[in-house]
Design a protein around this ligand. Sequence first.
Ligand code: GLC
Length: 736
Amino acid sequence: MRLKHLLIFGALFAVSCAAPAGDEIDRKVEDLLAKMTLEEKIGQMNQVSGGYQFSGEIAKGNVGSILNIVDPVEINAVQRVAVEESRLGIPLLVSRDVIHGFRTIFPIPIGLAATFDPALVEQGARVAAVEATASGVRWTFSPMLDIARDPRWGRIAEGSGEDPYLDTQMGVAMVKGYQGEDFTDPTSMAACIKHFVGYGAAEGGRDYNTTMISERALRNTYFPAFKACVEAGALTLMTSFNDVDGLPSTGNEWLLRDILREEWGFDGMVVTDWNSSGEMVAHGFAEDLKHATELSINAGVDMDMMSFGYVQYVKALVDEGKIKAETIDNAVRNILKLKFRLGLFENPYVDESLARQVAYAPEHLAAAKQSAVESAILLQNNNDVLPLKSAKRILVTGPMADAPYDQLGTWAFDGEEAYTVTPLTALRKDYEVVYEPALAYSRDASTAGIPAAVAAARSVDAVVAFVGEEAILSGEAHSLSQINLQGAQSELIKALKATGKPIVVVVIAGRNLTIERDLENCDAMLYSFHPGTMGGEALADLITGRAVPSGKSPVTFLRDAGQAPFYYNHPMTGRPNSGTETLLNDIPLKAGQTSLGCTSYYLDTGYGPLFPFGYGLSYTKFEYANIAIDKAEYAEGDTIVVEYDLTNTGNYDATEVAQLYVRDLVGSVVRPVKELKRFERVELKAGETKHCRFELPVAELAFWNRDMEYVVEPGNFQLWVAGDSATGEPLAFAVK
Ligand code: GLC
């Protein structure tokens, strides 16, 4: 489905005056820079939030960007002050966290990652850009590229999960979708790749906490998506709150100059996270805000989000020789270049009638619905209870069945719950519905409402319980030490199970919760990471069978929070678990010290996760056969050709996400037991077989090795093609 009408909107409002090309932009930047006073240069480096537009500072040229105003009339008014009242008339960069949609809200990014559909994710980002730019927002603080391996961390909701390859594919798709081809097109919205770097490795899954990541782990795991997005043309980057091995990213010159500028050639603009410059004082890395300002600017930050350190101290720091004038000029060059590239000088204002015209366009809602359909992960389907075809009268229950605000998820600032289609609303079109929420909200610990739901269950053909998390339980600063269903939700499920009716549980949440105890009390479980505006219609299509689940998990589902951090692409360790370890309740009394076998596992939960990365069921079954590679031994310049036959052996037309994994058996440093290297969505009619193919350049087996060189090391490898990271038989090959 192409969003052709979006292009019409874009064309209708594209201005005739094209912005200057590269060299011409540089010339314009230099011309303007030469006219600027130091104060005006510092002003460009200052980003303020909504409310500060009334401070009078914009007219003085002391503000370069503003975030968190989204009304087009207000934005034009603020822009007019900058353009028509300040001495040089430099337009503002208007920015917002458009993280998974603007008005039309898409699934939260971890849900978008579960689609394994970069093309669809790119379309969604394009929709977000069309709606946001129609309001006057030309810069979003997205995509979030933080690798996350710990679901206690609330911001796992905002990224693409635990795998660098999937993270890269999704990040690049969003950058392209937001920015489009022509940055001067009024629907082009500058992307901001964030949070650079390592924010998702917060110790204990506790937000903002310290991280200890080696350079090699940075290069092999945390950098790849950022580097790819730089190469894809991301226009801006945001530094992260956290320290990496004692260095807060906002003051880390190695990151911001040596890696980002020198190694990767990034020519965009670097902005801090909210007051992350000032927070270096709290970190104990800066004496005071003035020192923090000196550190962040000298480290390579161009723009200061809301510390106000730049406007207060940069002039003095330059006068004191602690910051070179050239450093300021280079920062301002990056800012002005962005404004010219976006065509802001030629076209600073927005058509104030546009926002409401494009919001919730049918094509936008359709894209959001398709994204929600493809993001849902079928975790269990005992007795093929789903799809609910024979049921006529169903009980819809649970606190997430009709939660239009919470269904939108975290970072949905500009979504409007009035437009949310909830599962209850949607299912009423397909079934005779008895509705008993039982709980008022996800944290509701009262069991008083459960008897009514149990009683109602007795009169229906099947039960569908919508549980999960309110939006506030995930996202920034919302870490949890335990990640079971909150409140009395599990009690509700257990009570409903006791009725003996077929029970489907739909989890609508912002993280991969520990849901093992709930699985035991339901026949089927569908997992929907906060699915957004059209989530109800998407889930109704899946429940009825109009759509077939294809989602695959972008993270590992744990059996217990105590297993975190857990991720599929881990090293083997020297004592890998055997899978036959003795568990807690089987340990004999007075067991000998070493009698349990000294391997890597937990006495209580064993070793493995509940569901592995890449896992997701369908209403049909898929069979992988005739998996073959074209050689047994490859040279570095070769491309590995992998062929396989994929058959849909069931009765539903469906899509499978086939995944290609590789293992480097021996390296100069220990290597992951598996690494995702390719995936593809394969549509198959019931009974159909397709002959499929992956191509993988040997060069993509490279990694940062013991000598910190990015190389392919000769040796033996294994390769899998399967429907998740835990199944399939390996094929062996060698690189000579
Ligand atoms: C927040 C977040 C960042 C966001 C910024 C602006 O604290 O860390 O992701 O883009 O501030 O809202």
